[in-house]
Design a protein around this ligand. Structure first.
Ligand SMILES: Nc1ncnc2c1ncn2[C@@H]1O[C@H](COP(=O)(O)OP(=O)(O)O)[C@@H](O)[C@H]1O
Ligand code: SF4
Ligand SMILES: [Mg+2]
Length: 381
């Protein structure tokens, strides 16, 4: 008699995260870049309000997606959090410690725990250094000697990111774009970080490679328990990867919530517009799909002189006088799940039911997700 096959319980991605312990907390974060003008004496005539009062929390081991159109302040947010840039106002706390104005010396232990992966895998790797040197660089700078030596650790890291450990002595130009981004991931992992800020880590890659790198990052996040702030300009890329998602517009977060709330019950008109911008294909034929495509009128206004009240009002089809005079607070409005916050006076109805998994935002990317699991792109010859 054959015994019943016992399969492990499926991972329930919709289950609330156990004991959400804050790792990074950002409150009222602002970055205003001065605009100089005048002749012959140049003086400050205004400010680019790149980030203007941002509140967010990333929990231990969580993947948090930050999404918005180009120029809305995503990279600036990433640089402020990793302390590559000084904020104009606000606070950044890491593991309960205020690091907003920490000195270089005070920051040293935190620096190794927060790492960054950059958008461009071509310019972010030194072309004159071997892969071994690049990946062991952070260990060298921080005087870290892992058991077994740095070279052994680099080989291990190459294996984790799906590259051949024997390629230790090769140079970046010998690798493809996807492989270079894997090298960037290995470098970010070298100091065993607790948080990785990934600034559009797949935008510069061919669509055929994007899903492979996203899968690698997902593996790293789940298996090594590393929290991610994953920055992307489109909602399709973070859909599988992020447990919570924040949508940014002109320096502010306009909606934030768990993944299903953002993808299937969005309340902010801008989130609706972003979701409708790419063709939707419903996997569940019985479910009401076919979101109407919303074309946003006009360009993103200048962050030097943003609209009064709600910053989205110049492109919003629901805008009224109130929207021009009163800034809508980012709050949990009626009908939202706990933790789903929306900044809008006249939110959309929460009509679209379902699971984020069932909504395919970009058929090309989704098709790749099926074939790309765990298979690294072919190593360079
Ligand atoms: N160093 C800088 N000096 C002046 N303006 C800047 C600087 N860096 C970014 N900006 C401006 O800040 C705004 C936000 O930029 P950024 O954070 O790069 O946006 P995103 O990453 O979302 O595309 C843009 O208007 C950009 O031109
Ligand atoms: S507050 Fe007004 S302008 Fe802003 S998104 Fe809501 S309806 Fe549109
Ligand atoms: Mg950017």
């Amino acid at each position: 008699m054959t015994e019943d096959l016992v399969l492990p319980a499926p991972r329930d991605d919709d289950a609330p995260a156990p004991a959400a312990e804050p790792l990074l907390t950002v409150a009222g974060l602002k970055k205003h870049f001065p605009v100089k003008g005048g002749f012959p004496i140049r003086r400050t005539v205004g400010a680019v309000q790149a980030v203007d009062g941002l509140d967010l929390t990333v929990h231990v081991g969580e993947s948090f997606g930050l999404v918005g159109e180009s120029g809305c302040g995503k990279s600036t947010t990433g640089r402020l959090i990793t302390r590559l840039m000084e904020p104009t106002a606000g606070t950044i706390s890491y593991r309960g410690q205020d690091i907003t104005h920490a000195s270089r010396r005070q920051l040293a232990p935190v620096r190794s725990e927060i790492q960054m992966i950059f958008q461009d895998p071509y310019s972010s790797l030194n072309p004159r250094q071997t892969v071994g040197k690049i990946i062991s660089g952070p260990m060298e700078i921080n005087g870290i000697n892992p058991p077994g030596g740095r070279e052994t650790r680099v080989r291990e890291l190459l294996e984790i990111v799906g590259l051949n450990p024997e390629h230790y002595n090769r140079f970046p130009h010998e690798f493809s774009g996807g492989q270079r981004q894997r090298i960037g991931v290995a470098r970010a992992l070298a100091l065993e970080p607790k948080l990785i800020v990934a600034d559009e880590p797949v935008s510069a890659l061919d669509v055929s490679i994007q899903a492979q790198v996203v899968n690698l990052l997902q593996k790293v996040q789940r298996e090594l328990g590393i929290a991610f702030l994953f920055i992307a300009h489109d909602l399709a890329v973070v859909r599988h990867f992020s447990q919570r998602v924040a949508v940014m517009y002109l320096g502010k977060i306009i909606e934030v919530g768990d993944r299903d709330s953002i993808y299937t019950r969005p309340r902010h008109p801008y989130t609706h517009a972003l979701l409708s911008a790419v063709p939707e294909v419903s996997l569940d034929e019985n479910r009401a799909g076919g979101r109407e495509r919303i074309r946003l009128a006009g360009d993103v206004p200048s962050p030097i002189n943003p609209p009064t009240g709600c910053r989205f009002r110049t492109r919003c089809w629901k805008a009224t006088e109130k929207c021009a005079t009163e800034e809508p607070p980012l709050v949990q409005i009626s009908g939202n799940r706990e933790g789903h916050l929306t900044a809008c006076h006249f939110p959309e109805e929460p009509t679209i039911e379902g699971r984020a998994e069932d909504i395919v935002l970009d058929p090309a990317l989704a098709a790749l997700e099926d074939v790309a699991t765990e298979r690294p792109d072919d190593p360079a010859k």
